[in-house]
Design a protein around this ligand. Sequence first.
Ligand code: AMP
Length: 611
Amino acid sequence: MPETPKITQKPTDYSLELKNKKTLQFIEDVTSNADEVQRKVLEEILERNAHVEYLQTHGLNGHTDRGSFKKIMPVITYEDIQPHVERIANGDTSPILCSNPISEFLTSSGTSGGERKLMPTIEEELGRRSLLYSLLMPVMSQFFPGLDKVKGMYFLFIKSEAKTPGGLVARPVLTSYYKSSHFKDRPYDPYTNYTSPNETILCPDSYQSMYSQMLCGLCQHKEVLRVGAVFASGFVRAIKFLEKHWRLLCNDIRTGTIDSQITDQSVREAVMNILKPDPKLADFIEAECSKSSWQGIITKLWPNTKYVDVIVTGTMSQYIPTLDYYSNGLPLVCTMYASSECYFGVNLNPLCKPSEVSYTLIPTMAYFEFLPIQMNNGVTNSISVPKTLNEKEQELVDLVDVKLGQEYELVVTTYSGLYRYRVGDVLRVAGFKNNAPQFNFICRKNVVLCIDSDKTNEIELQNSVKNAVNHLLPFDATLAEYTSYADTTTIPGHYVLYWELSLNGTTTISPSVFKDCCLTIEESLNSVYRQGRVCDKSIGPLEIKIVEPGTFDKLMDYAITLGASINQYKTPRCVKFAPIVELLNSRAVSSYFSPKCPKWFPGHKQWGSMN
Ligand code: AMP
């Protein structure tokens, strides 16, 4: 997602070139001196936070050197700092984790106890995030000249926010960024010249936001040189939206008026500055959209597009075939790697294949450490990664000491009060930029199912299924085996559960019982999943497919033919391998969908919502 440093006047080609050069030099400098920069970052963080309760309680005692820090401070997960986070959320303003005032909470898509994790942040972090964004376009411009002359069509959205009992705002990091002056009041910049006016991005109603952004994108179709969204799932959703609403959109373009469903006055005004009656354009769009095949629709409607800017690494890789289809194989460009905890790094080789994308961590962003992950015959064994403090922590390595080909879990110490915090991402060293490593994103630890920003782990899935099977008790039926699959062939994608039943009773189980099972699973899944279902509509209704008796034996037989050990075989709780999905589908005897959305409201269970 694009952003660049501030320019106060319309830049000349020369000044832009100079600025880009400076930015690229910055990358050269910090990656060449990665270790020194990291030392300074840690020193600065520890110096300014020397008196915070958390560091004092652990007895760091004002030390700012790496040796003392690594010896004294434990490597932690969210649950370790949750009590501190809760105190801050409840209004304790004393310096618990950080000497700077906590400005807000960023709500991570990673969850704890079914609720989004709350990441404390401080005002100045916005500057650090802006800095990372500012690196993207100078890097891109090396590969695509002329990006400053044209527009980007990006589908960007805000999500709902809540207030903690102590009065701090809690919202996702991108919502925080788009609502900040860094984004809203950015001075003219040729690289942040988007087809979407700010008002359309900042509209809290997701339908109106998407509709108006699409309308503006279509109106300015010839000026668009790059298209994108943050994650691939978001861009695919935008294309699907167009598929559903192109008639309405064409009508607006033909007449120069906005559909009455767009009721947000600021959105209407912003769109009216762009929208002019254009029957020719409406005819053209109508002709393209009414064709039976939508292959290459992006290149047809936005003919000057050079690349699609979306994250397709990690679980998002499941959308690559769909994006390739709609874009006729335009380059898919992954520019950055970031999280609520911290923005990490950028892709310095944006034209590489999605499978080869590597991110260079920018050493000024935070102090990075790496927990080596045990490998089993080349397969990541995340279970063996220790959960709590033990001698393993001594093995954490620094940024410049990671080894090529080795996998690590990322551990960060940030300016906003996280110390040796396990992010939960598994990365593999793919190479080096000067002395700074470049990492392939391998996976999020323990996540089995993901469609959009939801991340469902095996335990959450297991508990949800356990709750659902209670509906079968009156029928003397039990669940013999199950597995799951994230089906992204539908848009939006949805979770599919394959159930093999053991039936002892004689009463037939009616479809409504299985539908109730679907809904109970959805009600039991975490809040990010439910938000995706209810609010963002980025996840479709959950499906249960009942499979013939003996299906899971067949699955085991198949796994054994592929080399699995018969003694160690365990039913996988999630499947991805296409032949296995085919096997399961071929033995499905019936299928049921969740009849309605599960319950969801903004904020944590116990808080009130802000809107
Ligand atoms: P959140 O906690 O909601 O801010 O999400 C951050 C997480 O999204 C990261 O820890 C990663 O697991 C994932 N993520 C962010 N950027 C990328 C990327 N470029 N490729 C793959 N996964 C990513």
